[in-house]
Design a binder for this molecule. Sequence first.
Ligand SMILES: Cc1ncc(COP(=O)(O)O)c(C=O)c1O
Length: 404
Amino acid sequence: MSDTFSSSSVVPDLSGGKPWTSDAPVRSTQVALPPGMVHFGIGQPDFNLLPLDLMRRAAEHRLAQGNPYLLNYGAEQGDGYFRQALASFLAARYRQAVDAERLLVTGGASQALDLICTLFARNGDVIFAEEPSYFLALRIFADHGLRVVSLPTDDEGLVIDALEEALTQHQPAFLYTIPTFQNPTGVTLPESRRARLAELSRRHNLLVVADEVYHLLDYGAALPAPLALYADDANILSLGSFSKILAPGLRLGWIHGTPALVEKIALCGLTDSGGSLNHFTSGLVRSLLELDLLGPYVEGLKTVYARRAQALSAALRRELPEASFDDARGGFFLWLTLPEGVDTPDLLDMAQRYQVGFQPGVSFSSQGGMRRAMRLCFAFHDIPALELGVQRLRQALDDYLGNR
Ligand SMILES: Cc1ncc(COP(=O)(O)O)c(C=O)c1O
């Protein structure tokens, strides 16, 4: 079974080319991996799957239109034609209508989060976040001086009873949640909990910021709709991104929310001064959407990632039977829990000697917990590297436990 895309006119066949690695002498990407290292901690797409050819075609198509508006400041909410194309793309996948007027173009989910902190919270405010949660969102909240009150999760995601209870004690600026294929746990919030969450948002006037960057990467699982679609009138913002379904270097995403919330964001100082948060790139991606190139590309990615996820699960069951985890139904990650007595930050020190890395669970905890857990990403490396990495993890764990 091939681990790369099958060749077609749409998805690149990169299997014959020189694989790209990240050990270039001058840094130009965020990842700087020592040669030979297998790092399960990198939550990014494989360099070899990035859509160079598609972006070349999109750029040629867009620039050939001869429209100078592409190079001017963009409309504050984002280019209307791009938003219409995006709304159709999303509606086909959500199987529900999406109103382009409820979409706002961003420079990715990270920038959206930062802007939401600026506009909806003040230094010292309390916000709610899941325990565990995406560690770099926690950094953005820290940059804004926000105090995180963490809420428990279980195998269906955020525990809504705990949220209801917490709302009797705090008035948070907002709740940050990752409802679909959560980072790090991979868990998806079911329909019934989404409906209750929307109801609580209405009743308590609670702003819910739903980070849904993995929503379009399902591996066959039937999914509930993104949270914004539960909220005709509730204060819910869903954050989407092209980082996981196209390319993170594009820095392009969207916010989906009620007209009032979208208007508040669209009229902020940042867009008043700078216009659309990523106008030129949204024009290129508009071409991908209009030429119907994005859908097949995402389908190709899903096939590759689903195979990688399966291969990683199988290798872990073989080599690390003491670890417990659920198979991935979408997204980028497996979340492993190791037996009592293993401290994954310590294990990481040992693992690095075996040329393997991972994200220790404590990174995702706002309380210094989750020390027996680790997050493994199956998107960045191909299947042989994933299997090699698991063998190295086995050796590192044996060494750590004094078994050798
Ligand atoms: C949950 C979550 N939110 C946001 C991001 C970053 O998204 P973007 O590249 O759109 O800023 C990531 C990337 O790892 C993520 O996992």
